[in-house]
Write a protein that binds this ligand. Sequence first.
Ligand code: FE2
Length: 430
Amino acid sequence: MFDLIIKGGTLPNGTINDIGIVGDRIAAIESLNGVAATTIIDATGDLVSPPFVDPHFHMDATLSYGIPRINGSGTLLEGIALWGELKQIVTIEDMIERGLKYCDWAASMGLLAIRSHVDVCDDRLLGAQAMLELREQVKDYIDLQLVAFPQDGFYRDPKAKANTLRALDMGIDIVGGIPHFERTMVDGTASVRELCEIAANRGLMIDLHCDETDDPHSRHVETLAAETIRCGLQGRAAGSHLTSMHSMDNYYVSKLLPLMAEAELAAIPNPLINITLQGRHDTFPKRRGLTRVKEMQSHGITVGWGQDCTLDPWYSLGTADMLDVAFMGLHVAQMTHPEEMQRCFTMITEDNAKILNLSDYGLKVGATASVVVLDAGNPIEAIRLRPDRLCVVSKGKVIAQKARNNSQLSLKNRPKDTHRRHNPSYGIAH
Ligand code: FE2
């Protein structure tokens, strides 16, 4: 007897199977014909996926677009300046309210684990307080990981170091930083070294905003990889953005990629943001600013697509849909081969879960029973359509459901076609 059975869905690897759930765990992935359950969801013809995971977000700033003004230049630096104005007027209650609204959006999209950077430069640590409270309020349906992020520079802001440590003492999970925003390259290098030592000493993960610039000489990722090895942080370290790698010399990168692989340093590009913020100082040709995704993957480096922003000082759009993120990433990184498109789906599910070190994630017996049913036939089609989430199950509970959208064409002399989907065979061996 199961609490919930999701019947007949197509899993991301192409197999068709039933999923039986007891409590908050997946208890069976096998044919369950005739088996009883309290609730049965028919997923015949639908994609059944593990939940989406976002490895890079700013929950303290989300849904604040236009407060107190918009980012007129569209640059990273004006965004940081604007956030500096906004954080003087926000309250803990504001941030929790906006965060809860965003988490509703996320849950409805099947996005059930989010790593959020939290600005810790303000002495009052309002963001840290708000996000710790939010993490508690959403824990039954969303896993929220928090990064202590010294937005104004670990050294550049004289109080940032003390406040970063205070935020970690309060229960923030992960060490953050922003070496390219320190006053000098030397300061940036020193910040990476000290932040890695803090992570190692506290047994924490580290995730730095790293080299988010078009400057090819911004090479803090090299230091991050070397310090990851020196401090024994392999598999627990990530570099977010890494946009300078877009502009680096190819010979230098040929040395850098094996070092990153040796360090098991994960990379988190944020394509919606990178494509809009980078290249702003260029005329033409205008750089795209996305890091070298396929090249990293060919070296065995884990790369996950992150969302970064939704309706905030840095980005004026956003939907909490990781399929939008994968769609943009696929285009900008030119990942158009069927295997690459399939990989883009894996990046927003399995690869991102690996970056977050989520235990018990995935479609396997014994894993947490978190599952998304999508109105698509396979992962590539999901990216193409960014379809409705027909059902979202989090930790064994159905938390969102949506009726299938069957539009009816009524054009004369046209065959009646109610199918939005056309399932070409992509020739991927499963
Ligand atoms: Fe960010």
